[in-house]
Design a protein around this ligand. Structure first.
Ligand SMILES: *Cc1c(COP(=O)(O)O)cnc(C)c1O
Length: 408
């Protein structure tokens, strides 16, 4: 399937000349690590002592009874250190940085979660760390900036362009070009030029490897369907990779935002609004206009509103192996409410997209069917965003009082 990072025409590495040697070196070191059994062992060791792996699979008995259809299981990536599957990727790349003998890491971040995860990894491994973040996002995501500061990372607000994620990515590449000898760029999802999609999904594949074994051990069989939310695609590929050769239906759920007809969404593979193009160094489906200008995206979940998508998922869509759906902001908030009340679990708004789609389908399946939902992260760390999404009056009152205290 893979030929220098091409997945049936998607992917590749469209790079400025100056970065080619760095990418070649990265690919070389990655392949060597991958072929060295001690590397995966080192990786699983640190993930079990630092990040709660293996994460459990939980039987959602109350939700199962509520929908009276398929039996619902949940893979608990929310229990990772820093609260999401992002830890899998950053810790894996961190180990690779050690092998490469580099001393500094940089990363882009939109909502700030990948920035916090990277800064955490850098603190643990003793790397210098710089995080690029659009100025607009710095203002919107103060709690994450607060933690990056505490973790000793330098957060650089990007004032170019529209001052959001894509501008932060451009700045991170600019930094990398000037500091290639000492610095590694920790890309946050299964996108970007080769070898990033392959490498990030390799580290995330720990999710699917564990989940497959856990289902066989605890349920005695494989699920009939698996649901995962899709931003860049790393948590989805992580769980899907464990089941690609099995008779299991794989469902990726994108941000439907205000609805596919509204134009305010981030559905690249489940709507007709995206088209194939090359941007940010790789080829995939982008939400772009006929001139190749990127469109505005919208989602209640900051981690899902990206204009591109993993080239590996684009390939898996075209080949028919993965089905893509979307869930609207409203459906997501309802699914989240229900999950909190019925199971005492608090999925991240991103993860709640997978729950929403699973809830649409579970009642139509038989009681013999088993479905597995990937809970990519936990929501309680995003209380500011979630309280807004729920439009909670008590919370607003609390924030007002706090502001008055500061003004006094
Ligand atoms: C970042 C994030 C996502 C989206 O990223 P993918 O690469 O698509 O997995 C999904 N869920 C959570 C909890 C996240 O933090």
């Amino acid at each position: 399937m893979i030929n220098r990072g091409y997945y049936d025409g998607f992917g590749g590495a469209y790079l400025p000349e100056i970065l080619v040697a760095t990418f070649d070196d990265l690919e070389d070191k990655f392949i060597k690590a991958k072929n060295d059994p001690s590397f995966w062992k080192e990786y699983t060791d640190i993930m079990s002592t630092y990040s709660c792996r293996p994460t459990p699979v939980t039987f959602a008995e109350n939700l199962t009874n509520h929908f009276n259809g398929a039996r619902i299981y949940i893979k608990r990536e929310d229990l990772n250190h820093t609260g999401a599957h992002k830890a899998n990727n950053v810790m894996g790349q961190g180990l690779l940085v050690k092998r490469m003998g580099k001393t500094r890491v940089i990363a882009e971040t939109g909502a700030g979660q990948h920035g916090v995860a990277t800064a955490t990894m850098a603190a643990k491994f003793g790397f210098k760390c710089t995080i690029y973040m659009g100025e607009v996002d710095v203002q919107r995501q103060r709690p994450n900036v607060f933690w990056m500061d505490r973790l000793g990372a330098e957060v650089i607000p990007v004032r170019e362009g529209t001052r959001i994620l894509k501008d932060a990515i451009n700045e991170a590449f600019r930094d990398w070009v000037s500091n290639m000898d000492t610095t590694h760029y920790v890309l946050g999802t299964a996108c970007g030029p080769h070898p990033f999609p392959e490498m990030v999904s390799y580290f995330q594949s720990i999710i699917g490897k564990e989940a497959r074994k856990q289902m066989l051990e605890t349920v005695g069989g494989l699920p009939s369907r698996i649901y995962a939310c899709v931003g860049g695609g790393s948590n989805a590929l992580g769980i899907f990779k464990g089941f690609l050769d099995d008779p299991v239906e794989l469902v990726g759920v994108e941000a439907g935002g205000r609805g596919l007809d509204s134009g305010l969404h981030a559905s690249r593979l489940s709507s007709k609004d995206a088209s194939i193009g090359v941007a940010q160094g790789y080829k995939t489906y982008f939400l772009q206009d006929s001139d190749g200008q990127m469109k505005k995206t919208h989602s209640v979940a900051a981690g899902l509103d990206y204009v591109g998508v993993s080239p590996i998922l684009a390939y898996l869509k075209e080949s028919g192996r993965v089905r893509f759906e979307s869930a609207t902001d409203r459906e997501v908030i309802d699914a989240m409410s229900l999950t909190i009340k019925k199971e005492g679990l608090v999925p991240a708004l991103e993860s709640a997209h997978a729950f929403a789609q699973a809830f649409k389908e579970a009642p139509k399946l038989s009681k013999k069917d088993i479905i597995l939902i990937n809970q990519s992260g936990r929501g309680d760390k995003d209380i500011f965003t979630i309280a807004d999404a729920f439009d909670d009056p008590g919370w607003k009152e609390f924030i007002k009082k706090k502001a008055e205290e500061y003004n006094a």
